[in-house]
Design a protein around this ligand. Sequence first.
Ligand code: 5AD
Ligand code: SF4
Length: 451
Amino acid sequence: MSINKVYIETYGCQMNLADTEVVKSILNNKGYEFTENINKANVVLLNTCSVRDNAEQRIYGRLGNIKNVKSKNDNVVIGILGCMAERLRKDLIEDKRVVDLVVGPDEYRRLPEFIDSAFAGEKGIGVKLSKTETYDDIIPYREEGLSAWISVMRGCDKFCTFCVVPFTRGRERSRNLDSIVREIEQLSERGFKEVTLLGQNVNSYNDNGNDFADLLAATAEVDKTMRIRFTTSHPQDLSDKLLYTIAEYSNLCNYIHLPVQSGSNRILELMNRTYTIEHYLNLIDKARKIIPGVSFSTDIISGFPTETEEEHKMTLDVMKKVRYDGAYMFKYSPREGTKAYRMKDDVPEEVKAIRLSEIIDLQQKISYEINRELIGSTEEVLVEGFSRKSDDFLAGRTGTNKVVIFPIVEGVSAGDYVDVKINRATSATLFGDFIQRSNIKTTTDKLQRTA
Ligand code: 5AD
Ligand code: SF4
C-alpha cells in the first residue's frame, strides 16, 4: 500500500495549533507523511474552531473549495477535527457530503482507525468527550524552531454563558507535571528558547496537589535561558502565589493575558464570569505591585445581550484604567446550546459594530501611547529572525511580547538574546538599535530587582 500523505489546516486558538501537533504525532507513529501541498495529499484534515459564527462560516467556505480536490481525485479522505466536529457531529456528514470523518478533541488516538475505514468507504464519527484524556504520553510532532506550545490542561468548567468551549472540549483535566517538565527538557536540548503553556483556564491547573504556580516554578527551573509564557488566566483563580512566582523567576514572562470581557458588573453577571470589576481592578493593582513592569492583555466582547450604551462606556472606562498592552476584541456571536443563546440577541448588528470599532480605536491609541513611552529605554529581545519586510532588519520580542525591529548585526541571529535601545514606536511595533548581547538575568538578579 502506498504511504498516506496528510495535509492539515488549523483554525482558531493556540490550543488547536498544539492539538494539530498531537494529531501529527499520532499519524506519524503510524507511518503517515505530511505535505504542505493539498494537491499531493490523500488525507485532508481541517482542525476547526466554533467559538464565533464567522470562524465556522470561514471553514464552510474552505470546505467548498476542498470539494474540488476531491472531484479531481476520488481517493481522497476529508476529515473535520476540533470544536466544529464536536459541536455539529453527524450533521456535518449529512449536510456536507464531502466530509468522510468527524473526530472531536478527545478522540484523536482513534484517527488512524477512522482514516482506514474512510478509505474502505465507511464514514466515521468519533466525538466522545473524556474526563481523563490529556495525551500525556504523546510527544507532539514539532518542526525545529524557537518557540513551542505545550498544552498543560484541557477543557473548561467555567461555563461563561456566551462560550461553546465547555461543550466542545469537555471538563477540565490537567496533565502530569513531570511529563510537562520532561517535554520542556527535550525542547531545551533541541534549542527551543520559548514555550507557551496552554489551557482554557490555566489557573485551575491541578496535578495531585501541584497548582499552576508550582507548575510554572518547575518549568522555569528547567532552563533559565528559556522564556516561559502562559495563557489563558481567569480573573477569579489568579492567586497571589502565582504572582509571587512570576516575580521570582526572570524567565517567567511579565505578561498576563487576563480577559475582562466587559466593564459592567451587570453584564459580567449575565456572562457568569464570577468576578466584579472591582475585584478585577484590585487584581491588576496587586499584580503591578508584586511584578514591577508587568503588562496585560485582554479579551473584550461588544454587544452582549441587553448591553446598554452606558455599559459599553464602562468597558471603555476599564480599558482606560488598566491600559492594556494589547486586546483581542470581538462582536458577540450567539452560539447554540449556550445559556446566552436563550437570551435575546437584542443589540443590533450595526450597534455592535460601532461599539467594537470604538473599543478597537481606543486600544490602538493606548497601545501607541504605551509603546511611545518606551522610546529611550533598553529592552531585552529574543531574536526570531529577519523582519518580515526586509533582510536588512532583525525581528524579535520583548518578555512583554512586543515586536522589536532593529538593523542586522554581524553574528547575531535567531535564538540570541540582545539588548535593543528603542528609538521609534507604532501601536504594534517598536524600532531600535542593537546595544549588546544581553546577560540573561538569573533568578537572584530578578529577586534583587523586584525587592
Ligand atoms: N461571541 C464573541 N466572542 C466570544 N468569545 C468566546 N465566545 C464568544 C462568543 N460567543 C471570546 C471571548 C473569549 C475569547 C477566546 O473569545 O472573549 O475570551
Ligand atoms: Fe469559554 Fe469562559 Fe471557559 Fe474561557 S473561561 S473557555 S470564555 S467558558
